[in-house]
Write a protein that binds this ligand. Structure first.
Ligand code: 5GP
Length: 210
């Protein structure tokens, strides 16, 4: 069985990544969505173990020391990280794993797993991003300002990604992400067994013709 694709999805806060991920895992079967650990307090409606594992800084640091985090980063004053075990298990079982993480974590993953797929989600414009962040109503002005300042930094790193996805139309965006992941299954690096088999057969034919 071929291993699954590890896809990293980043994007400015307010780009709509959370909604996209929910839709992607609802519409298609083969995705496993990694649940991150964070020291940020839960927003209204967020549930332990569904949106995040919510922990305090002591526990988070312990998990880092124990080597249990695949990657982690500090974002706007809170730690966020990906628990290693779930991701490894799912990939080995052939599932396509999605990490919805920010850019520092994405770059750590690229080093660890060079054939991962890095996707960057953005709204069609900066004005639209601000409208969405303000319209969400889950953060106060100070936090929104922090997140917009962070978006400036993140915009500097977009070139490190494999593809940009413009989140204008939800359905279209989900289809695009799905086809990008499916296409990644067809790169020669991921088709080694098939290539080997065809080469072997071709060699057999040419020997038969001698
Ligand atoms: P939020 O607080 O809006 O849920 O997430 C803030 C940022 O942290 C988002 O850009 C999100 O993608 C990122 N994030 C969520 N989980 C992780 C993680 O496990 N690792 C890293 N590096 N970033 C994460």
């Amino acid at each position: 069985m071929s291993k699954g694709i590890l896809t990293v999805i980043s994007g400015f806060s307010g780009a709509g990544k959370g909604t996209l991920m929910k839709r992607l895992t609802r519409d298609y079967d083969n995705y496993a969505l990694s649940v991150s650990m964070t020291t940020r307090p839960p927003r209204e409606g967020e549930r332990e173990g569904i949106e995040y594992f919510f922990v305090d800084t002591d526990i988070f640091q312990k998990r880092i020391q124990q080597g249990q985090m695949l990657e982690y980063a500090c974002y706007c004053g809170n730690y966020y990280g990906t628990p290693r075990e779930y991701v490894q298990e799912q990939l080995e079982n052939g599932r396509d794993v999605i990490l919805e993480i920010e850019i520092q974590g994405a770059l750590q993953i690229k080093k660890l797993v060079p054939d991962c797929l890095l996707l960057f989600v953005t709204p069609p414009s900066a004005g639209e991003l601000r409208r969405r962040l303000e319209g969400r109503g889950t953060e106060n002005h100070e936090i929104i300002a922090k997140r917009l300042a962070r978006a400036v930094e993140e915009s500097e790193g977009i070139e490190a990604y494999d593809y940009i996805v413009i989140n204008d139309n939800l359905e279209e965006c989900v289809r695009q992400i799905h086809s990008m992941v499916q296409n990644a299954h067809h790169t020669p690096a991921r088709q080694e067994a098939l290539i080997k088999e065809i080469r072997g057969e071709l060699n057999g034919f040419s020997k038969g013709a001698e």
